[in-house]
Ligand binder design. Sequence first.
Ligand SMILES: C[S@@+](CC[C@H](N)C(=O)[O-])C[C@H]1O[C@@H](n2cnc3c(N)ncnc32)[C@H](O)[C@@H]1O
Length: 248
Amino acid sequence: MSPIDTCRNRELFPESLNAGWEPGGAPTPATRTRVAAMSGLKPASWSYAEEFVPEPEVVEAARRRGVELGAASPVGTGAGAVLRLLAATVGARHVLEVGTGAGTSGLWLLAGMPEDGVLTTIDVSAEHQRLARQAYAEAGYPHQRTRVITGAAAEVLPRMADGGYDMVHVDADKDTYPTYVEHAVRLLRSGGVLVVDNMLWHDRVADPAARDDTTSTLRDLGKMLRDHDDLVTALLPVSDGVLVAVRR
Ligand SMILES: C[S@@+](CC[C@H](N)C(=O)[O-])C[C@H]1O[C@@H](n2cnc3c(N)ncnc32)[C@H](O)[C@@H]1O
């Protein structure tokens, strides 16, 4: 199996079908019946949907480099398609990303943004960002389209101005997600979109028995965002779980 296949398989998780429907709780009888009725075809449908939007060659090359790095696991193809869709939907000229990696998610974002849009992306690793710059250049984006900031995101984000972004994508170290998300909400304009990756966390979030720190952090964060007065939120079961929220 190639590294790309390994990565994709890790992000599909069809075996979560019978896990709790509500994060941290048991599925309702109605949900159980509905899922049981669908379960024969559901994994095939998920795979089909995950690969429905083909991954461009430049993105595939960036993904391969990200997988090879080990510490820069790229967004899944389904998540990438959602990023592109949302960037196009809100006409995102100013996009902020926390977790550059080797540039896979950045390429999807840039593909949905208008031609004068600028992607600001933060990562603690200069090596990852060197590969991301390579990916952006290979895809033909002029360097003015990207602002690549090297540093710990928790130190960089407080220096950024409120309401300055149309879209924020969070995909860095999971245990610091609550801090990143708190800043993201502050940084979004009204009508701006927050996208948080890995919010099903290897199927562990939906499993009430999974109580490790990272899973609990992500489960609690999802519920906090779902109940946030200033956000309209949905959790999409694509890739490793993509939480999307629009700021009112
Ligand atoms: C899951 S990878 C990002 C993948 C990228 N979004 C993509 O799709 O190619 C997580 C990234 O977060 C970065 N990271 C880890 N801790 C960080 C921190 N404290 N501040 C900023 N970036 C961090 C890692 O260096 C890594 O590149």
